[in-house]
Ligand binder design. Structure first.
Ligand code: DGL
Length: 364
């Protein structure tokens, strides 16, 4: 038998005890699970697929240039945590994401998750509208299997690019049993966020995604996801929304509140055919005096009005800053304006009844 010096025996024993103490089996950082989950990466573009002129280019780079197979090949460690396959669903900077892109992506997600040989999905995405795509999918994915969105704040060519580790963590999360039934998730910067509440909070730093007040769901650390909470609102398999037969979504637009606000933009959007308006008011969704008659007229034309807030956190409550009962308006509860737009679009595929839509805003 090979002679092993006592010091190495002691070292190995101490290592094993320490690893056992931190709940990780010996060698967990490198061991591949006996059964590797099948995870499909759907690539849409963004900075995670971006390239810059030099390794120090972290702004002014080109988004959406690197293909999904290159993203996968750049992180060979993915093979330790899942059987990975990739599809390039689109290749765009996410500021140009639109309803048609969302319907294409959601239909592909649902088709894949209906397959027994797909255990989870990762979507690589630009960070500018990542939170919106995540929430849209949270409302229309018809499966409890993990769907994880991931991006990067630095292009793949940059020093300390965050894309590779973010992608590794996202695949690890999508392959984990802990992520089943948690709704659509966002994995960025070693953190796990719920699609409903996460927002991009900084224009350029890697820690930009935050769930400021309601709290992120957990962390990814030492090759494991750790959940400490989950969203209380219905999502994915528990929603009533079905996009399988839709080729378009109702037009819903947002008007942004500010001092000196006038109804010019609102009137133009209604004239252009908006079926719903999100009014992102100042404070608790307050309505400037010039807006009330214009909003009332729009409501009388059948446009559904949702009172939201530009503030970003907190509850917009019924009959607070406006008499919603009398005006027949809906309130956004805690959804920010861009997410309220998504829920109203989908609500309008089911009903135009403002009371039923209000119930949906208290449910999802
Ligand atoms: N053009 C932005 C986008 O695709 C870049 C931001 C990013 O992906 O981090 O969302």
């Amino acid at each position: 038998m090979q002679h092993i010096p006592p010091a190495r025996w002691i070292s190995a024993a101490v290592t094993a005890l320490l690893l056992a103490a931190v709940r990780l089996p010996a060698g967990a950082a490198d061991a591949a699970p006996a059964h590797l989950a099948n995870v499909t990466i759907l690539a849409t573009g963004g900075t995670i697929a971006g390239t810059g002129a030099s390794s120090t280019t972290t702004i002014g780079y080109t988004s959406a240039t690197v293909g999904v197979q290159s993203l996968i090949q750049a992180v060979p460690e993915l093979a330790k945590v899942a059987h990975v396959s990739g599809e390039q669903v689109m290749q765009i900077a996410s500021e140009s994401m639109d309803n048609a892109h969302w319907l294409t992506l959601a239909k592909r997600v649902n088709a894949l998750l209906a397959q027994d040989n797909v255990d989870g999905i990762v979507i690589t995405h630009g960070t500018d509208t990542l939170e919106e795509t995540a929430y849209f999918l949270d409302l229309v994915v018809k499966s409890r299997k993990p769907v994880v969105l991931v991006g990067a704040m630095r292009p793949s060519t940059a020093l300390s690019a965050d894309g590779p580790i973010n992608l590794y963590n996202a695949v690890l999360l999508a392959a984990s049993p802990e992520a089943v039934g948690k709704g659509v998730l966002v994995a960025m910067n070693d953190q796990i966020h719920a699609a409903r509440e996460v927002s991009k909070t900084n224009t350029s730093t890697p820690d930009t995604f935050k769930t400021t007040e309601l709290g992120m769901l957990g962390y990814i650390q030492g090759n494991h996801p750790f959940f400490y909470r989950q969203s209380t609102r219905k999502n994915t398999a528990d929603t009533v929304f079905d996009i399988s037969r839709l080729d378009a979504l109702p037009q819903v637009d947002i008007v942004y509140g500010y001092a000196n606000m006038q109804p010019t933009a609102l009137n133009a959007l209604v004239a252009a055919g908006a079926k719903g308006i999100i009014h992102a008011g100042v404070g608790d969704g307050s309505l400037a005096a010039p807006m009330v008659p214009a909003l009332t007229a729009a409501r009388q034309q059948g446009v559904v009005i949702v009172r939201a807030s530009r503030v970003g956190q907190g509850i917009v409550a019924r009959n607070g800053e406006a008499n919603d009962d009398a005006l027949d308006f809906v309130v956004a509860d805690t959804l920010n304006a861009q997410k309220a737009r998504i829920l109203l679009m989908l609500a309008l595929t089911k009903t135009a009844d403002s009371k039923e839509i209000q119930r949906m805003f208290y449910t999802y």
